[in-house]
Design a protein around this ligand. Structure first.
Ligand code: C2R
Length: 189
């Protein structure tokens, strides 16, 4: 399939590279948060697929998708779900590949989904990130793939270096301007 560059300037890897990451969302209502996982994978040049599927609402499709993805070279799954969040656990039950769970902050401030996702019984781990932690899920997926791909590893390294440079630049500006002017100029008040 052809690659396309969206208005964000990101190259959409869901349409340009083999899918190494399967992103499964329990609902399309998770997408406003979960787009951050896709965007960071785009930045690292990691191919992915993104689907809506639910362990509760479409249980057979979830299992079928996991089996199909395993066969076609997927390396890691990212699963988002809110409320009574069983999706990541069910995916983990059906694959030997690593599964990252993203609890959605839909009800009870997301604590319901956090516990549903993180409290897996021994033997079936789900690497759970923060509530709505879609970006970290994407970074973690890239890091897992980077254990066997030096190009991706280098991209993750550069990403971390850029982040550190940004923080240093912010601190230098804060020291130069003082906190009042800094707050005002950054629109943080
Ligand atoms: P709707 O917005 O579609 O009503 O979904 C979804 O991930 C979503 O956050 C509300 C919330 O229900 C979640 N959901 C699950 C599962 N499937 C959907 N927790 C599941 O299989 O675990």
């Amino acid at each position: 399939m052809k690659s396309r560059v969206g208005t964000s300037g990101y190259v959409d890897r869901s349409t340009s590279s083999p899918a190494l990451v399967g992103i499964i969302m329990g609902s399309d209502s998770d997408l406003p948060v979960m787009q951050e996982a896709a965007k960071i994978l785009d930045e690292f040049g990691v191919g992915y697929e993104i689907h809506v599927m639910s362990a509760h609402r479409t249980p057979e499709q979830v299992i079928e998708y996991v089996k199909k993805s395993e066969a076609s070279g997927c390396k890691v799954f990212i699963c988002s779900a809110g409320m009574s969040a069983h999706l990541a656990g069910v995916v983990a039950a059906h694959t030997a590949l690593p599964v990252i769970g993203v609890p959605m902050g839909k009800s009870a401030a997301g604590v319901d989904a956090l516990f549903s996702t993180v409290q897996m019984p021994p033997g079936i781990p789900v690497a759970t990130v923060a509530i709505n932690g879609a970006k970290n899920a994407g970074i973690l997926a890239a890091q897992i793939i980077a254990t066997g791909d030096s190009d991706i590893l280098e991209k993750v390294r550069m990403f971390k270096e850029r982040m550190a440079d940004d923080i240093e630049a912010k601190d230098a500006e804060l020291q130069e301007k003082g906190f009042r002017k800094y707050l005002e100029e950054q629109g943080l008040v």
